[in-house]
Design a protein around this ligand. Structure first.
Ligand SMILES: NC(=O)C1=CN([C@@H]2O[C@H](COP(=O)(O)OP(=O)(O)OC[C@H]3O[C@@H](n4cnc5c(N)ncnc54)[C@H](OP(=O)(O)O)[C@@H]3O)[C@@H](O)[C@H]2O)C=CC1
Length: 282
C-alpha cells in the first residue's frame, strides 16, 4: 500500500488537517463509492469530505466499514444542510449523520452555506458539539468576509476552516488573505473548477513544461498557496493522478501566470446571493 507522505495543516484549535482530501459529492451508489474510496485510500488520501445535502453519508460510512479502513487514520468532514440549520435541528441532524457514517465523532463539521435567519443558532449548536467532543473541529463553508465578521460578533469559538469555491478562474485572493488574517484555513471546493479549467491554454503549456497533467498543475498551485484541496473523481486512475502532487514544484513564473487567469467565474452558487435571497424571507 502507498505510504502516506502528505502534509497536514495546523488548525487554530490545536488540531491538524490533511492538506489533500477527497470530495465525494455526486458519488451515489455503493459500488461506485467503494471503488472510489478504495482507490483514494490506496493513493494516500485520508481526509474525506461529504455533506448532509449529498445524501451519501451512509454509502461513505458503509464503504469505510466494508473496506475495513482504520478510523484512527481517517479525517471525516460533513456539513450541515440548509434545511437542517437552527440549534435543535443541527444537533438532531448531526446525530443522524454520525449514525449514517457509523462513527462516534466527526473530525470537522462545517455550516454548508450562510443562512441569515439561522446564523447564530446553528453556530451555537456547533460550539456545543465541540464542547461535548462529538466534533473535533468546527468551521464554515461559503462564508465571505461579511459573514465571518458577523459571526465573530457573537461567536465564542471562531471557525478554523472556511471551505470555499476556488480554482484558477475564481482565485478569491482577498478572501484567502482575510481567512489567513483570522487564522482560518482555506479549503478549496471544486479545486479543478469541475473540469471547466482543464482546457485552458496557459495551464496546458505549464503542464507540458512539467510533464504533468493540467489537474496536477492546478492542485499543485493550490498547495503552494497554502490551501487545502478536496478534488473529486470516480475514476481510480484520476484519483491517483490527483494525489501525485507532492513530488514537483511550480516556479514563480508558473504561479504568476496562473494568478492572471482569474475571471470571477463560479461553478456553483454565489454565497452572497444565497444569503440575500434567504434574507428576504425572514
Ligand atoms: N462546500 C460546498 O459548498 C461544496 C463542496 N464541494 C466539495 O468539493 C469536492 C470537489 O468539488 P467538485 O465540485 O466535485 O469539483 P472538482 O473540481 O473536484 O472536479 C470534479 C470533476 O472533475 C473531473 N476530474 C477529476 N479529476 C480529474 C482529472 N485528473 N482529469 C480530468 N478530470 C478530472 C471529475 O470527473 P470524474 O469523476 O469522471 O473523474 C469531475 O467531473 C466535492 O466532491 C465536495 O466534496 C463541492 C461543491 C460545493
Amino acid at each position: 500500500m502507498t505510504k502516506l507522505r502528505q502534509p497536514n495543516l495546523q488548525l487554530a484549535d490545536g488540531h491538524t488537517m490533511p492538506q489533500l482530501g477527497f470530495g465525494v459529492y455526486k458519488l451515489a451508489d455503493q459500488a461506485t463509492m467503494n471503488t472510489a474510496i478504495a482507490a483514494a485510500y490506496q493513493a494516500g488520501y485520508r481526509l474525506f469530505d461529504t455533506a448532509q445535502a449529498y445524501q451519501n453519508e451512509a454509502e461513505l460510512g458503509t464503504a469505510f466499514k466494508q473496506l475495513a479502513l482504520p478510523r484512527t487514520e481517517l479525517f471525516i468532514t460533513t456539513k450541515i444542510a440548509e434545511v437542517n440549520q437552527g440549534y435543535d435541528n443541527t444537533l438532531r441532524s448531526v446525530e443522524l449523520s454520525l449514525k449514517r457514517l457509523q462513527i462516534e465523532q466527526l473530525d470537522l463539521l462545517l455550516i454548508h452555506w450562510p443562512i441569515h435567519s439561522q446564523f447564530f443558532a446553528t453556530w451555537r449548536a456547533l460550539e456545543r458539539l465541540k464542547a461535548e467532543k462529538i466534533v473535533r473541529s468546527i468551521g464554515v463553508s461559503n462564508y465571505h468576509q461579511t459573514h465571518l465578521d458577523y459571526l465573530a460578533t457573537k461567536a465564542n469559538e471562531q471557525p478554523v476552516v472556511n471551505q470555499i469555491e476556488n480554482h484558477p478562474y475564481l482565485s478569491q485572493e482577498p478572501l484567502l488573505a482575510y481567512n489567513r488574517k483570522q487564522h482560518i484555513v482555506s479549503q478549496a471546493w471544486s479545486p479543478l473548477g469541475r473540469g471547466a479549467v482543464l482546457q485552458d491554454p496557459t495551464l496546458i503549456k505549464i503542464a507540458l513544461k512539467h510533464q504533468r497533467s493540467v489537474a496536477q498543475i492546478i492542485l499543485r498551485w493550490h498547495l503552494q498557496r497554502g490551501l487545502a484541496v478536496i478534488p473529486k473523481s470516480q475514476n481510480p486512475q484520476r484519483i491517483n493522478e490527483n494525489a501525485t502532487i507532492f513530488d514537483f514544484k511550480l516556479d514563480a513564473d508558473d504561479m504568476t501566470a496562473i494568478a492572471r487567469l482569474n475571471r470571477y467565474q463560479r461553478t456553483g452558487d454565489d454565497p452572497e446571493v444565497v444569503y440575500q435571497i434567504e434574507h428576504q424571507y425572514h
